[in-house]
Design a binder for this molecule. Structure first.
Ligand SMILES: Nc1ncnc2c1ncn2[C@@H]1O[C@H](COP(=O)(O)OP(=O)(O)OP(=O)(O)O)[C@@H](O)[C@H]1O
Ligand SMILES: [Zn+2]
Length: 403
């Protein structure tokens, strides 16, 4: 009978050879690659659109330890792309829901569940135990925090981003001279459309592609299959070919985080990343509910009474045309916010007794639109609808679609 070579290192369980055989037979991977995965650890920040597919493939491939950090809970609108969560886990912490799903997929993986928001007070201690960090979040303060922490901890950061039909992938802090996020984006983007009611939109398969690539890059890093060159990968689902790669230079000597000449950022624990990125998003919904100028606003109950009366009125819906095409109130007219702001005049009634009600999804954009209309015609009665179509659905007509 043939004897097993006891000098050869072994996977923890005999059936692991079957489970991982299809990847172990790959040139350059082998038993050595699988052992490296078994002994490795990856932390995934964000168990959303990017984090779910990334976690799924890391777990299936046999990464020994996975950390899952997410402070949020599962919502119905997440399920179109956050594929570890299900109808049954709506309302549960995403970190817990994702952990359950990957434990079912591969029970051998050790999972650390952390249903907490990563911030400057806890980042270094949470991230320190892991070999590779995956940024699967969706906001600038966390991106800077993760990059600075990765520099400080000397760990590679596999960063993904996805929006609409587009995706981006980059490994920051790669090797001895790979750039960090600050080398490439020294300043945060202008605070984007804070509080806007428009949904940016995302195709689930796009987050799936980028999340999978994040898992792949982590596996390449751990198993030694990565060529060590830093590049930025850009994806657009509607372009042919859909992928483009931009080579990245090495670290910037002047970078505030990783450069030798840089004016170093202070202690991460004391840095205010939210302030650096332009401050917290104003809570427009709340602002909308504190009716500061009651005569200039209308609530959905009053709007319903208007519909049931003979009051002469018109409804302007300022959502983007695609959203207007999804659902709308009958007798409303579509004038997207950008078009209305450019020139409101053509959309206003000439009859000054006709009241104008301005409507949007959540009640923020309609305030901006109503203000713009008042500027050009102070004689008109213009009111924005508090809480927008979301309030209409919640308070007046439960059959009205919410998105
Ligand atoms: N600082 C942070 N700490 C922990 N988790 C974070 C942090 N920042 C973002 N996240 C998580 O990253 C995930 C990003 O995923 P994604 O954008 O797909 O989901 P989402 O925030 O639920 O989207 P939606 O805009 O539909 O609410 C979210 O689950 C979010 O809670
Ligand atoms: Zn840098």
């Amino acid at each position: 009978m043939a004897m097993v070579d006891n000098d050869l290192p072994q996977l923890s369980h005999l059936d692991d050879y079957q489970r991982y055989g299809r990847q172990m037979v790959l040139d350059g991977f082998g038993l050595e690659g699988q052992l490296k995965l078994q002994n490795s650890s990856v932390v995934v920040i964000g168990a959303g659109g990017l984090g779910c597919p990334a976690l799924q493939y890391l777990a299936a491939a046999g990464v020994g330890r996975l950390g899952i950090i997410d402070h949020d809970t599962v919502e119905l609108s997440n399920l179109q792309r956050q594929i570890l969560h299900t109808d049954k886990t709506i309302g549960s912490p995403k970190a817990v829901s994702a952990a359950r799903a990957i434990a079912a997929l591969n029970p051998r993986v050790n999972i650390d569940v952390c249903p907490t928001a990563l911030d400057s007070s806890n980042a270094l201690s949470i991230l320190a135990p892991y070999d590779v960090i995956l940024d699967c979040t969706d906001n600038a303060p966390t991106r800077y925090l993760l990059s600075d922490s990765a520099v400080r901890l000397r760990k590679p950061l596999v960063s993904g981003a996805a929006q609409k039909f587009d995706g981006q992938l980059c490994i920051y802090n790669l090797g001895d001279d790979g750039p960090c996020y600050r080398c490439i984006f020294p300043k945060p983007p202008a605070p984007e459309m804070a509080g806007s009611c428009e949904e940016t939109g995302i195709l689930g398969a796009v987050t799936g592609i980028i999340g999978n690539l994040q898992a792949l890059e982590a596996i390449k890093l751990i198993t030694g299959l990565h060529d060590g060159k830093a590049s930025l990968l850009l994806f657009n689902a509607l372009s042919v070919p859909p992928f483009r790669t931009v080579k990245l230079r090495s670290r910037k000597p002047t970078c505030a985080a990783c450069g030798i000449e840089g004016q170093k950022i202070g202690a991460i624990e004391e840095t205010d990343y939210v302030a650096f990125c332009g401050g917290a998003r104003p809570d427009w919904l709340e602002r909308g509910l504190e009716v500061s100028r009651p005569e200039s606003r209308i609530c959905v109950k009053e709007l319903k009474s208007v519909f049931e009366s003979n009051v002469n009125h018109t409804i302007i819906d300022v959502r983007p045309r695609t959203e207007f095409g999804i659902c709308r109130l009958s007798r409303s007219t579509s004038v997207p916010l950008n078009i209305l702001l450019a020139n409101p005049a053509p959309y206003l009634p000439s009859d000054k007794s006709c009241q104008v009600f301005v409507l949007c999804r959540l009640g923020n954009d309609s305030q901006i639109a109503a203000d713009a209309i008042r500027v050009i015609d102070s004689n008109l009665i213009v009111k924005d609808v508090v809480g927008g179509l979301r309030a209409w659905s919640n308070e007046i007509d439960p059959s009205f679609p919410v998105y």
